[in-house]
Design a protein around this ligand. Structure first.
Ligand code: IVH
Length: 673
């Protein structure tokens, strides 16, 4: 319920803002935001509406088919209705679409026609006896606007159809050519350059500009804005003259119209999917913008037979590529510490899908970047994926900034997150680092921890040896210890033949660590041994822990916001991801064994000093039998083990919660018996 109210409010805010931007763009001709911001907000609104269809309002900017009819142009009824297409997003959607058609026309094997979906505006050109007579926008699909004069300025729209033997029939009577009016990317850039040079504001994006241009009342202005028409349909009164979509393209081309050369026909879905994958990569090199592909049943008789549902034909779909820019909200900013002591800020995002995958954090680079873009917690931001794996923040949508919001204070955040460390920002650098040349110190510390007691337990590798290895330049990160060779080590002063062999052997025995130990060893802030065990139990592999969302993590007992964020941030660092790959490549394969043993599901707290073992040893034993070792008494604690010198407050709490209080020998019985 909460979620719905939030989404509703968000959708309303987005709609209001998009309408404002549309107005600035179309009416004032003076946009205040870039095309990325507009696209991002529009994509977010579409996403919310797709997830909560009850939130769609009839006046939502997403519900617009074609464009509103403006005064000043004559209305023209379309002889054949202009349709729109249903969107599909992946292979499963495409398969479901084909299945629906198979149910309607059982036994009919379809050929599929595919083409690039151009991002412009639809227009219909009417030729009478081969002569251009009228151009009509889509309008609401039934009635459009007469934009003949403006379309006449488009250079690649022939005013007379070409004659070619075998195609004479199209030069007699009415031939309707439908297609998309686009502005080529190059023309758009040139135009903007010109505008900047005379001090005029830049246009936001080619699609809006093409649409705005076509509805200019003054054709003089239209001539200054180069447009391009690309045909995708040919309609005759006698529909049998056009047997397939491929034929429509061929005929249109012969008659003198431009058609996309990329259009293809496939006998099966595999071909279609290959086309889709191929163009996902290549579409950015096309001369015009595209937001997907069109897939249709090639045969026109079958196409018609399959009919129309609502505004969409059953026999065609628009395949939409995943958005590469989306908007979302920054929930928090967290500063990660790299292995070299560099403090790197990361934005924790409300999860969104970007370029096909769910993301929940973005890199903020450094303090200056945050300041320059004035990125704040609570802000709505446009995020994008560049070459790297981790998305980045492009800009902040200031209009959606919460009323109470503060500039991000980097130094303050550093000291509250790492009260035990001191930071400095070396002259001329953008990065804050742990004070002193602490790079190696941090590295030494993390190796010591990883190889130390309770983690990898490589006891032949003490503190001094770690220092020697790092100082000799043999170990640059945690994984490097698995690269060490006997020859390298034996050269160091601290080692002789036997000790070097011993160390190599000891390291080799840790190549199949238990998953929880491995997680613990990574040194992720706020993860202690019990959390590591809980994480291992829940996620069962490093790969699924890597993909865990904040919500997934919060569902683990005992994990709160701070720990969850710390984990997500650790896995958002490309150096850390590379480190994991390196471990893997070096043959370090953590394994998970589901908790078995007689203590599964039992929670223990120990208080006081034990006689027969240390607390750590006791905790290890409990865990090895599947039990959970808790730091403090909680509602779900089953046993409080009391040693010597027990504080009374713990006993009282245990009694209040109905926790069983046992002595050390009873614990030993549980473990043994
Ligand atoms: S075919 C009956 N082909 O996308 C199907 N449409 O949502 C007619 N579009 O109204 C459409 N490129 O404005 C087709 N290669 C292409 C297209 C294309 C862009 C637009 C067109 C259409 C809308 C469908």
């Amino acid at each position: 319920m909460m979620n719905l109210t939030k989404n509703k409010q968000r959708a309303e805010e987005l709609r209001e803002l998009i309408l404002k931007y549309n107005y600035e763009y179309h009416v004032l001709d003076n946009p205040s935001v870039s095309n990325a911001v507009w696209d991002g907000l529009f994509a977010e609104l579409k996403r919310i509406e797709a997830e909560h269809s009850e939130l769609i309002t009839p006046d939502s900017p997403t519900q617009r088919v074609g464009s509103k009819l403006l005064d000043g142009f004559e209305k023209v009824a379309h002889k054949t209705r202009m349709l729109s297409l249903n969107d599909v997003f992946d292979r499963a959607d495409v398969e479901a679409w084909v299945k629906r058609m198979d149910n309607l026309l059982p036994g009919v094997k379809h050929e599929f026609f595919t083409d690039i979906k151009m991002d412009g505006l639809a227009c219909s050109l009417i030729y009478i006896d081969g002569v251009f007579s009228q151009a009509v926008t889509r309008g609401d699909g039934f009635v459009g606007e007469d934009v003949t004069d403006n379309v006449k300025t488009i250079r690649n729209v022939p005013l007379k159809l070409r004659y070619e033997k075998g195609y004479e029939q199209f030069l007699v009577g009415r031939t309707e050519i439908r297609g998309e009016i686009v502005m080529l990317k190059k023309d758009f850039e040139d135009l903007n350059k010109k505008r900047v040079s005379v001090g005029e504001p830049e246009f936001a994006n080619p699609r809006n500009l093409a649409a705005g241009t076509i509805r200019q009342l003054d054709p003089q202005i239209v001539t200054t804005r180069p447009l391009n028409f690309r045909a995708y349909d040919l309609i005759r009164d006698d529909v049998s003259q056009v047997s397939s979509w491929m034929f429509a393209y061929q005929a249109a081309g012969i008659l003198g119209l431009s058609c996309n050369q990329q259009a293809s026909v496939f006998g099966d879905l595999n071909g279609v999917m290959k086309f889709i994958d191929e163009w996902d990569k290549k579409r950015h090199d096309l001369p015009f913008n595209t937001d997907g592909l069109v897939v249709k049943v090639n045969d026109r008789a079958q196409f018609t037979k399959l009919g129309i549902v609502g505004k969409q034909p059953r026999a065609a779909v628009a395949y939409k590529y995943a958005a590469e820019k989306v908007t979302t909200i920054i929930k928090d900013i967290f500063i990660g510490l790299g292995r070299t002591g560099a403090a790197t800020p990361v934005a924790i995002l409300q999860p969104v899908t970007l370029a096909g995958s769910q993301i929940q954090h973005a890199s903020l680079h450094n303090a200056d970047e945050i300041k320059r873009k004035d990125i704040r917690i609570g802000d709505t931001v446009v995020i994008f994926k560049a070459g790297d794996i981790i998305p980045q923040v492009e800009s902040v949508v200031l209009e959606l900034r919460p009323k109470k919001s503060f500039a991000f204070d980097f130094e303050e955040a550093l000291s509250s997150e790492y009260p035990e460390l001191k930071f400095e920002r070396p002259e001329g650098e953008v990065v804050y680092r742990v004070k002193g040349t602490t790079g190696p110190i941090l590295l030494k510390r993390s190796i010591e921890y990883f190889t130390g007691k309770g983690v990898m337990d490589i006891d032949t590798l003490g503190k001094k040896n770690v220092i020697a290895l790092v100082d000799a330049g043999l170990v640059d990160d945690l994984a490097d210890i698995y690269k060490l060779t006997f020859e390298q080590i034996v050269k160091l002063d601290r080692f002789a033949d036997i000790s070097a062999h011993k160390l190599i052997d000891a390291i080799a025995t840790t190549k199949k660590p238990k998953l929880d130990r491995f997680i613990l060893g990574l040194g992720i802030r706020h993860i202690g041994s019990q959390t590591a065990v809980d994480l291992a139990n829940k996620f069962q592999s490093i790969n699924s822990l890597k993909k865990a969302t904040i919500e997934d993590l919060l569902s683990v007992d005992g994990i709160g916001e701070v720990v969850a964020e710390s984990i997500v941030v650790w896995f958002s660092d490309e150096d850390n991801l590379k480190l994991l790959d390196k471990f893997d490549a070096l043959g370090v394969k953590p394994y998970y064994q589901p908790a078995t043993g007689k203590l599964v599901g039992q929670n223990f707290v120990i208080t006081g000093t034990l006689k027969t073992m240390s607390r750590d040893e006791a905790a290890d034993k409990i865990r090895s039998l599947g039990g959970t070792f808790q730091a403090a008494i909680a509602r779900d604690t089953d046993y409080l083990v009391t040693g010597e010198n027990v504080g009374s407050s713990k006993l009282k709490k245990a009694q209040d919660y109905g926790v069983k209080i046992i002595k050390e020998d009873e614990l030993n019985n549980l473990i043994r018996g």
